[in-house]
Write a protein that binds this ligand. Structure first.
Ligand code: D5M
Ligand code: FE
Ligand code: ZN
Length: 486
């Protein structure tokens, strides 16, 4: 319990510094809560992300979350602290692990899509002064702004498309022409967007499609004096796992490459992120057993743990699962179960997929990247050669799996963990086995290739992996690319 002697003015000032106005009832809630005021302000600002005024409801939600995080820690002690009260080097800001509550019923899906709509429309409300769709035919104005789910998109002719947009009150046809038609044709359906346009009878002629998108300069610059290494898709246990490349990588990260410049880079590394497909798994695709070197899941994780154990222990390793790992397939995926996570040494921190992790004030959003297959196959200008361009589409839509019902199965949690509600400094994904880095609106994007050479399946579908490519990023500074496979 924190003993507080804090007044309204101080709380208002703390929000003002972060660019927020705050409702008096929200201030009262903060003052009467047992949590540290700075923690509450920080977490609330992160939650509101761009809202104009902080409401008491938002503060209550944050308090509830902090309480459940504390309970989670008591029930399930892990080697990371989930409470936001202490300033640790690593904080897990959002992760479904230990909080999954869905059974996949119709009601769960309704609640899930409500959560998605609520979160995304809240972001859009700062940019679009929306009216309910049902009231369009009743108002006298010539122009209108709405926010809704994309129901469908249809190309009418070369210059014209029709988007059906739906909110809680009804549906409306929105016509898109010229440049806006081109934007409309890249909509997947199921995203939440804003529309501004002219009223034409019962329809709208769009003059702008507004995406929830992240702010122009992300979170502003965060500069740190350490570096972070990003890898994924190691596929330990596969007969195409690249032992030699992996060995070279481990020597390098242990500052034992023998090359002075490379060892200096390695010395600056404090964190290693691993974005899933740690092992190849068992029965993930038909006839997989023919392509396994280790055909037992326990033995695969034992081998994985042994390999990570060779990495210097002052490095913190943050590891999440992918579709080949031994957790549920539907996203969000919880962290590896105890029987496997306990095999790893204590510098390995197990988190879910996706998860938000704060390392010394740098926010990393780590997501395995299953939806990238869907996005790349849907948008013709995107390709596997430049996976970071596909990642941009996730940030624009502020959603990690914007194509519902395709190759990315979703578990309908009451809270949509796949919404990018918090603006990250870094987005790390994998899955497509190709390498790419870039910046989008100040956010560093990295897709971290693989440690597996081309599989029989990938040969058949003409998928050319780029194994052994490693990205090293010093927040606010340099990006390096090292190749451990030639
Ligand atoms: O996926 C590695 C890459 O290979 C990723 O881009 C998907 C693709 N892949 C793998 N298996 C399939 C199937 N069965 N259908 C379509 N595409 C596939 P990974 O998660 O490592 O298997
Ligand atoms: Fe993979
Ligand atoms: Zn994968």
């Amino acid at each position: 319990m924190v003993i507080k002697n804090i007044d309204t003015k101080t709380v208002v000032a703390k929000f003002a510094v972060n660019g927020y106005n705050v409702h008096p009832d929200a201030v009262r809630l903060i003052i009467s809560s047992s949590f540290d005021v700075d923690v509450l302000v920080r977490e609330t600002c992160a939650k509101c992300n761009g809202a104009f005024i902080v409401t008491p409801e938002e503060v209550s939600e944050v308090i509830k979350e902090l309480q459940s995080r504390m309970r989670g820690e008591e029930i399930n002690p892990v080697n990371i602290r989930r409470t936001a009260e202490r300033r640790e080097e690593i904080r897990v800001l959002k992760d479904v692990t230990g909080r999954s509550a869905c059974r996949g019923t119709v009601e769960d899906f309704v609640a899930y899509f409500n959560s998605r709509f609520e979160k995304l429309s809240r972001i859009l409300r700062n940019r679009v002064k929306a009216i309910p769709v049902a009231s369009i035919s009743k108002i006298k104005a010539e122009t209108v702004e709405i926010i809704g789910f994309v129901n469908s998109v249809r190309e009418l002719n070369e210059n014209r498309a029709m988007i059906e947009v739906e909110d809680r009150t009804g549906r409306v046809r929105v016509y898109a022409e010229g440049k806006i038609k081109e934007q409309a044709m890249e909509l997947f359906g199921d995203e939440v967007i804003g529309i501004t346009g002219r009223i034409a009878g019962r329809s709208i002629i769009a003059d702008r499609i507004v995406f929830p998108d992240i702010p122009l300069n992300g979170n502003g610059k965060v500069r740190r004096d350490f570096s972070i290494v990003f890898i994924s898709d190691i596929h330990f246990g596969s007969n195409t796992f690249l032992h030699e490349s992996w060995k070279k990588f481990v020597s390098w990260i242990n500052c034992e490459s023998g090359n002075r410049k490379l060892d200096e880079i390695a010395e600056s590394v404090k964190y290693l992120f691993v974005a899933g497909d740690v092992v190849d798994g068992i029965g993930v695709y038909p006839n997989q057993e023919k392509e396994l070197e280790i055909d037992d899941i326990n033995a695969q994780y034992e081998f994985a743990a042994e390999q990570f154990d060779r990495i210097r222990k002052d490095l913190k390793i943050i590891l999440s699962p992918g579709n080949h790992d031994a957790v549920r397939q539907a996203e969000p995926q919880p962290a590896l179960p105890k029987e496997f996570s306990s095999l790893f040494s204590s510098n390995v921190i197990h988190v879910g997929n996706p998860s938000y992790i704060d390392v010394e004030g740098v926010k990393v959003l780590m997501y395995h990247g299953r939806s990238l297959d869907d996005i790349i196959s849907r948008v013709s200008r995107l390709s596997y050669e430049k996976p970071h361009d596909a990642m941009v589409e996730l940030l624009k839509r502020r959603h990690l799996a914007p194509l519902y019902g395709e190759r990315s199965p979703i578990a309908p949690e009451k809270d949509d963990y796949l919404v990018v509600d918090d603006v990250p400094d870094i987005v790390h994904s994998g899955h497509v086995h190709t390498y790419g880095t870039g910046f989008y609106r100040g956010v560093f994007l990295v897709n971290s290739s693989t440690w597996q050479s081309q599989t029989e399946f990938q040969k058949k579908v003409n998928l050319n992996p780029m194994p052994g490519n490693v990205a090293i990023y010093q927040p606010g500074g340099n990006v390096y690319r090292l190749k451990f496979y030639s």
